[in-house]
Structures are given as C-alpha cells and as structure tokens.
Design a protein around this ligand. Structure first.
Ligand code: HOZ
Length: 426
C-alpha cells in the first residue's frame, strides 16, 4: 500500500470524502488522491516521492509556478511582524491601490478570504445598490459555494452530476434565474419576464468550470447592453480569469467594463484571498460607509496581502509573462489537436491564453448542455494513464488545465508524448 493510500484510509474516517474540497477526492476518476508533500516550479511531489508535472497550480493561483522565491521571501518578512492584527494595516491600502491601478474598472475594492466570499458579497452589494432581488447566472458557471449560486453550477457539482446542492433553502435559490451561456436570447427572455427585478447578471466571462468555454463574439457586449437597458449590474466573476488572461483579466481581453468584479486565486498567490470591487458609487454601499454589511476577521490579513502584492507586482513589472504563458497554452492546445487527429478522435480542445481543456465529446462545446455530453468515463481512463506517466491533471473532466510561467517547452512536449501514449492504451 502506498503512503497516499494509507493516509487516504485515515482521512476518510475523519473528513468527508477524505478531503477539504470535493474535486480533490478523485471520486470521478477512481483511485486514491495523491497526498502532496511539496511543489516547486511546475512540478509537485507526493508523499511517495512521485514527481508530476502539475497542471492544476492550486486551481489557478500559481501563475508563476510553485514556491516562487520572491513571494516566499515577502511572506517570511511579513511573518516576522505578526500573523494577524484584526486592525487596519498599510499593506491593505497598498493592495487596494495596486488592484485599482491594474484593473481600470476597479475604483474601490474590499479584500475577503476566498472567491466564494467575494461573490457572495458582490451579490449582496448589487442587491443593496439596485434595491432589486433577482440575479441571473449561467448554467455551468461556478461562483463558489454560496447558497444562491449553487443552481445549475459547474465545477464539483457538474463532476458529481448534481446541478443543485442539497441544503439550499428554496427561498435562497428562488431569486436565482439561470440563462444559457453564449445564448443572449435566453438572457433577454429573463429580463423581459422580470423587468424591474434583476439586480445583476453574474458571469464567468470565460467559463472555466464546465471545461473551458469561451464567449462567442459580442456575447459579453450584448450582456453589457442588456444590463444597461434594464438598470442591472454586470458582475464579472474573474476568480479564475483575473490577472491570468492578462493583467486586467477577461474584461481587458474582451474590452468590456463590468460594474463589479470578483477575484480570488492569483490575487492571493496561494494564500486564502478574495476581493471584490468596482465603481466607487456602487462600492460606497458597503459598510461602514453604506448599509450593505460585509466583514471578516482575517480579511486583508498581512501575510496573505504580502504574498498577493508580491505576485501582482511581478506580473505588473514583467508583462512578457503573459506572452509566455499564452504561447505555452497555445503550444499545448496545438499539440493536443494534432494528437487527436493522429488518433482519429473527435474530441474538443478548448481554451484561451493559459487556460485549456480537452473535452471528451464530438460536440462543439459552447455551453452547459454541450459540455455535459462529454464521456466522463473515457476522461477517467485518460486521466489515470496521464497520472501514471507523471502528468498531474485536474481529476475532473470539467476543470481547466492551468499553464504557469514555470512550465517549459520540454514539459509540454513530455505531456503531449504522454497523451499520445495514453490514447494508444485507452
Ligand atoms: N473550486 C475548485 C475547482 N474549480 C476546486 C478547489 C479545490 O478542490 O481545491
């Protein structure tokens, strides 16, 4: 029995599924989750000393690769002064200024501790500001695990085949309306039927929790127009895309200005950080200035801020990193497509920039329905073959492949070689 297997046996006795977040449990791919001991650059090592090329990158934060020396030093320095004060610190102001400088749509920002918290708070702000209740979300988009967003959600729910979570009171989900991603008519219809009641439309501008699904041309622009027409807010959930698809995320890439944006992952460089922000007029609704209450004992924690600021500064001062990771994402996608052709397989390679996915369906993936046509059993076989060859992919068909600045061409070539071999076997 491997060490991972032994630890997992203990883990399932004391933790639901043996994990602290469901997708990690390998439930949809079978086998035992690898218990990770350390990581460096683009490689991770498990407790049995197996080394893998890592394409999860802690689900997105590690855009520079693991264990970045500058970030590590920034954290060490911050630790010397104490872990948390529950009081205002200068470093929080530094972080807020940095985010406002980097992302033009953000005039004011509030730091929280996760993407879920950011979304939950942004929705409350949208409701408080507009004095309306209903929220439109898109099938297959995942916005963390707050009650109102666990309706036809992507990520772990899609992996487990349970679109709506148990334990969400009807009242909480009653005001969540779902539209179809990439289908503007489905949004128009909801607006027409709920004219004065839509507080906000929330969207992952690139949907990265049902595979990676990019927006059709003009789709985001049309959403912006509809929100303006009906006096509703447009919220971009950039927890995955923020600071990844460019410094100013998907909103920069597609030239759309949302009213509110949520961040997580990269903004914390591996520490538990989220943030939400937007127009000053809207953010001034937040307590203590306004009447929308939102708080957090560890929000703006100095250690987390020091990590996040360091990572954002590196990205800001080295913009070529984006060219680099985007080119590597492209190299991977191109290579995957060639292998599919070689094996006469009809599967879909999707993605943009450093986010990619291989979906096991012959249908072009444009939304939740088409993503769900994926053969998840085939994905599971593929996943396990790749793992055997030292390639650590997300253990779910519907999660992204994350490229970091630490991935080398050789690593990508090795990955493609493994993929070719995997398709000879499965
Ligand atoms: N929410 C993440 C997937 N989109 C999973 C996080 C984790 O399991 O660590």
């Amino acid at each position: 029995m491997s060490k991972s297997e032994r630890i997992f046996k203990e883990a399932v006795e004391v933790m639901p599924g043996g994990v602290n977040s469901p997708v990690r449990a390998f439930a949809s791919v079978g086998g035992t989750p690898r218990f990770i001991k350390s990581a460096n650059g683009a490689k991770i090592v498990d407790v049995d000393e197996n080394e893998y090329i890592d394409y999860i990158g802690s689900w997105g934060p590690m855009i520079l690769g693991h264990n970045n020396i500058e970030i590590k030093n920034a954290v060490k320095e911050a630790v010397e002064n104490g872990l948390s004060f529950g009081a205002a610190t200068q470093i929080e102001v530094e972080m807020a200024k940095l985010i406002c400088d980097i992302v033009p749509s953000i005039e004011m920002v509030r730091m929280v501790n996760s993407g879920t918290e950011a979304v939950m708070s942004a929705i409350r702000v949208a409701r408080g500001y507009t004095k309306k209740d209903k929220i439109i979300k898109f099938e297959g988009c995942y916005h963390g695990h707050c009650d109102a967003m666990l309706v036809k959600a992507g990520s772990g729910l899609m992996t487990d085949g349970i679109p709506d979570s148990a334990g969400v009171p009807k009242g909480c989900a009653m005001d969540t309306l779902t539209a179809k991603y990439n289908n503007i008519d489905s949004v128009k219809e909801l607006f027409e039927n709920n004219k004065d009641n839509i507080a906000a439309v929330i969207i992952e501008p690139v949907a990265a929790n049902m595979g990676v699904v990019t927006p059709k041309e003009n789709f985001l622009k049309q959403l912006r127009e509809l929100c303006d027409k009906y006096n509703s807010l447009l919220i971009f959930d950039e927890v995955i895309t923020g600071f990844r698809l460019g410094l100013d995320g998907a909103q920069g890439l597609y030239s759309i200005t949302p009213d509110l944006t949520t961040f997580g992952k990269i903004v914390g460089a591996g520490m538990p950080v989220g943030a939400y922000g937007g127009k000053k007029e809207i953010m001034k609704c937040v307590s203590p200035v306004g009447s929308v209450y939102q708080a957090g004992t560890l929000s703006g924690n100095p250690i987390a801020m020091s990590a996040g600021i360091c990572q954002l500064r590196i990205l800001l001062e080295n913009k070529h990193i984006y060219d680099n990771i985007n080119a590597k994402g492209e190299m991977l996608r191109k290579g995957m497509k060639e292998i599919l052709i070689k094996h006469s397989l009809p599967y879909q390679v999707t993605g943009v920039g450093s986010l990619s996915c291989l979906l096991f369906t012959e249908k072009s993936v444009i939304d939740y329905e088409t993503a769900k046509t994926s053969d998840t059993k085939m994905f599971a076989k593929y996943f396990n073959e790749m793992l055997k060859q030292g390639i650590y992919l997300a253990p779910s068909q519907f999660e992204a492949i994350f490229m970091s600045n630490a991935h080398t061409d050789e690593m990508i070539e090795k990955t493609l070689y493994a993929m070719d071999k995997a398709f000879n076997i499965i």
